[in-house]
Design a protein around this ligand. Structure first.
Ligand code: SF4
Length: 291
């Protein structure tokens, strides 16, 4: 049924009384109000539909070869948001609000948890423009066009060492569908090594139970972040790739597992990754020194 016809039917039934055909004469004030409300609801839905259509059109246009990089970038930014530029990283990233982390929002209230002093809930991450942009990305991840648009966005706008990409310098995976979409993006970009840190162990376990561990492509490093400072979560310990936060370098002496202290967190470093790509490649635990 077309939308216009739906509007006409809606108005018809509001005017109609039992056993009568359309007759506007008995229209009373409450009915008149209902007609206005119904019309406004239809207008809101129609606006949303047109907005979606416009976004999809923008996406189709990004596939056009005669567009400049700037035009494509503007369209991709409108669809999925721009890529982030985490200060120490050698490449771009993608962030969503840390306020929406599922496990993180529980951990944040626990003393000495790795989320209790989350950097993504401080400083510039709280600027309204930054927060709004992260929430636009948060909405975008639910859209059908997100995967294809992200593939284009990473191809076009990943800055620095384009062989690497970092997921979620703020935020974490939200659902099985979200994981599946990231897997699909990594599959479509085999030349890029993706690093995805996560505290959502259960969600990943569920995903692997459903699809098998082979579903995670070899160019996607899912690194399990331990929940408490100075401790490796058992779940993380059992995975090939994990990470932890340490309050001092001495703490790693107590840990009997392959471990590498992140050089960018050492006091005498320039707090940049420089040539290190351990987060993507190191089989074992990366220990980030808390500062
Ligand atoms: S371990 Fe290496 S790649 Fe990871 S954050 Fe530290 S410096 Fe960067």
């Amino acid at each position: 049924m077309s939308r216009n016809r739906t509007i006409i039917y809606a108005i018809y039934f509001l005017f109609k009384r039992e056993g009568q055909t359309l007759n506007p004469a008995p229209l009373r004030f409450p009915n008149f109000m209902l007609v206005i409300i119904a019309t406004n609801i239809v207008i809101i839905f129609e606006k949303k539909r047109l907005h979606k259509k416009k976004l999809l059109r923008r996406f189709v246009l990004t596939k056009q070869t005669n567009m400049t990089k700037k035009e494509k970038t503007n369209r991709l930014n409108a669809l999925v948001g721009s890529l982030s530029a985490p200060s120490k990283m050698p490449c771009s990233g993608y962030n969503i609000p840390a306020q929406e982390c599922k496990i993180g929002s529980i951990l944040r209230k626990i003393k000495d948890s790795t989320c209790s002093s989350c950097y993504a809930l401080k400083g510039r991450y709280l600027f309204s423009n930054v927060k709004d942009a992260m929430y636009r990305r948060f909405e975008a991840i639910k859209k059908n066009y997100w995967v294809d648009s992200m593939v284009e966005q990473i191809k076009l706008n990943n800055k620095g060492d384009k062989r690497y990409f970092r997921w979620h310098d703020s935020g974490d995976v939200q659902s099985l569908e979200h994981i599946d979409k990231i897997v699909s993006i990594a599959e479509q970009l085999p030349e890029v090594k993706h690093w995805l840190p996560t505290r959502e162990f259960k969600l990943f376990e569920e995903y692997i139970n459903l699809h098998g561990v082979g579903k995670i492509p070899s160019n996607l490093t899912v690194r399990y972040s331990s929940h408490m400072n100075d401790r490796i979560s058992n779940k993380a310990l059992n995975k090939t790739y994990s990470s932890m936060v340490i309050s001092s370098e001495d703490k790693i002496k107590e840990i009997d597992t392959p471990i590498k202290v992140c050089p960018a967190t050492l006091p005498d470093s320039n707090h940049k990754c420089n040539d290190c790509r351990a987060c993507w490649h190191f089989k074992g635990t990366i220990a980030y020194l808390k500062h």
